[in-house]
Write a protein that binds this ligand. Structure first.
Ligand code: IPE
Ligand code: IPE
Ligand code: MG
Length: 228
């Protein structure tokens, strides 16, 4: 594949864990565990492909209205997997960043996030951004309110820098697994000119090979940014 056609920033809406479990007559929690394992595999593969920034949508603001039992299961998985994998990312020299409203998450989960970020801060190989308790509209609104408090108009660049993704390039490619054809409040501002790739494959089945297919599709796109 032509090196120049590798997207610098790929974002993935990891959807379909529940349906993956349902198909197997398993509880939704089993789907989330399978999704977690796939997320770990994928987060190694993306950087091997030459991607520099990878954003993974794990939990939306709206997902926080799901039954408490499902949320508790997700937090338990997070507690189980996060410390070990932060260490692994550190070994691979990948920086871990978490975007979203931490005030919405349990305090001990926030503490693990902060430890993981501190541990990996000096990595130079790539950036893994996990979106947890994240909403695109909430992100924009928080930035607007920050700008209002500063009491002056801001430029497009200044506004971008005020978002939780400040300092990151915009996603070149947004992938959504799990059949739905929507953005579900993901990176609304940042995805203005992203290439979109939708696949029916449920996230736990979204193999490295399926990811490569998305990269191939991206390489064949012509990005015009409104120009001729
Ligand atoms: C995506 O899988 C993961 C989260 C949103 C936490 P879902 O849990 O939305 O799975 P489906 O859409 O019900 O299959
Ligand atoms: C999108 O999936 C959010 C994440 C994958 C984190 P949802 O399952 O929440 O999306 P909807 O409800 O089908 O739009
Ligand atoms: Mg879903």
């Amino acid at each position: 594949m032509d090196g120049r056609a590798i997207p610098r920033h790929v974002a993935v809406i990891m959807d379909g864990n529940g349906r993956w479990a349902k198909k197997r007559l398993l509880p939704r929690a089993a789907g989330h565990r399978a999704g977690m394992n796939r997320m770990i595999g994928l987060s190694e593969h993306v950087f091997d492909c030459g991607v520099q920034v990878c954003t993974l949508f794990a939990l939306s603001t709206e997902n926080l209205s799901r039954p408490q039992e499902e949320l508790n299961g997700l937090y338990a998985l997070f507690r189980e997997y996060f410390p070990r994998n932060a260490k692994r990312l550190h070994e691979k020299s990948v920086v871990l960043k978490v975007i979203g409203d931490r005030g919405l998450l349990p305090a001990d989960v926030v503490a693990l996030i902060e430890e993981g970020e501190a541990l990996t801060a000096d990595g130079g190989r790539g950036i893994l951004q996990l979106a947890i308790g994240y909403g695109g509209r909430q992100d924009i609104l928080a930035a607007v309110n920050r700008a209002v408090r500063q009491g002056k108009e801001v430029s497009m660049e200044e506004f971008s820098a005020m978002l939780t993704t400040g300092g990151m390039p915009d996603p070149d490619l947004v992938i959504r697994t799990g059949k739905e054809l929507r953005i579900s409040n993901f990176l609304l501002w940042q995805a203005a000119y992203s290439e979109l790739y939708f696949t029916d494959v449920l996230f736990p089945d979204f193999s490295d090979k399926e990811f490569d297919k998305a990269l191939e599709a991206y390489a064949s796109r012509e990005r015009r940014f409104g120009k001729v």
